[in-house]
Design a binder for this molecule. Sequence first.
Ligand code: FAD
Ligand code: DHB
Length: 393
Amino acid sequence: MRTQIGIVGAGPAGLMLSHLLHLAGIHSIVIENRSRAYCEARVRAGLMEHWVSELLVETGVGDRMKRESMVHDGTYLAFNGTAHHIDFSKLVGKHVVIYDQKEVVTDLIARRLADGGEIHFEVEDTSIHDFNSDRPRIRFRSNGQQQEIACDFIAGCDGFHGIARPSVPATAISGFDRVYPFGWLGILAQSPPPEKELIYAYHPRGFALYSMRGPTLPRLYIQCAPDEDIENWPDSRIWEELHTRLAAVGAQELTEGPVLQKGITGMRSFMIEPMQYKRLFLAGDAAHIVPPTGAKGLNLAAVDVRVLARALGEFYGRGSRDLLDRYSAICLRHAWKVQRFSWWMTSMLHLFPGDSAFDRRRQLAELDYLTGSRAAQQSLAENYVGLDVSLNM
Ligand code: FAD
Ligand code: DHB
């Protein structure tokens, strides 16, 4: 097989990249080790920055999103028993969009296949080769047959546990890591939502978040120990904890309903520098992980592939390597700002084991300042709805 861009991973990063490349007249092949059904059902992110939803519409994959998503003009921060509203549209004139990542993936797969795109699902033993030459290759097995893709460039869009990042010589990249001393226990339930928008709650028993995937599908999270055993959390205990932590004047009482899914997620910040090695470009979770507070992972993946698609467009269209050579620097400059925001939200809203009474009072003072200052709210809003990426650096 021969293509211009060989893409490893059919998550949001790989699929969006393939779609944007197609619109620019550039051929790509995507390989994915899971089945199509698995990719379309994986419960993950749910919140898109304003510009990401616009990108989906502008590039012709936003029709279902426009019909089925929910636009949120603001969010709530709850602490000391009171919910405070932060109004993004008033503060910065933008909003965020609630649309499940699995629906984005479903829409992108359908569109790629309708456009004649090649996605190979359920491949095995993926490996990448010769990306330090101008003839990179991707090898894998499909239906028991050994296959090879010859390409001009490889895009490693295979997530945090993929093979692309570990294939770069260890001396060529640096990793920056922070593991947080807690996790999130998340449930997807079937019940009417207490509020139309999200509630981030700081509570003496730990952080809680009320989010949603649809008008009757709340997605709820509580801070827990990183090594927590889900077996210790029967539904009744989860609801009790959610009632306690999310109770706030200004927010409706939570209504219980059947729990459709539950799981525990660890929390870490992780970055590599650079995000490129010779003819291998890393994008999305393959290059960086943010703690989930602030909902940035999917949005960061979208930034990377937008920059990469533009850079490859300039390479093939005008023969210019300029943007391609600056891919890593442009994405890193943006990603570090997003790391800062995600770390700040996480630090402000969670209880850290061993924190003193001083630390708790400092967190409360920060929340008090934030909810009382238009300038501070504007900064939160600007980051939350999505910072602009500058290609001129
Ligand atoms: P992935 O989605 O991980 O896709 C990588 C793909 O590569 C996968 O399909 C994988 O199967 C495939 N792959 C891996 N190895 C190979 C291989 N060897 N060969 C072929 N294919 C391979 N982000 C937000 O913005 N908002 C949120 O609300 C949010 N909530 C989250 C909740 C949870 C529980 C989790 C886990 C994450 C959440 N995130 C959120 C983060 C977000 O889901 C990720 O940042 C996003 O999925 C990154 O997309 P990606 O395409 O880079 O990686
Ligand atoms: C969701 C996750 C987040 O981390 C967040 O900040 C907002 C929403 C979610 O899964 O819906």
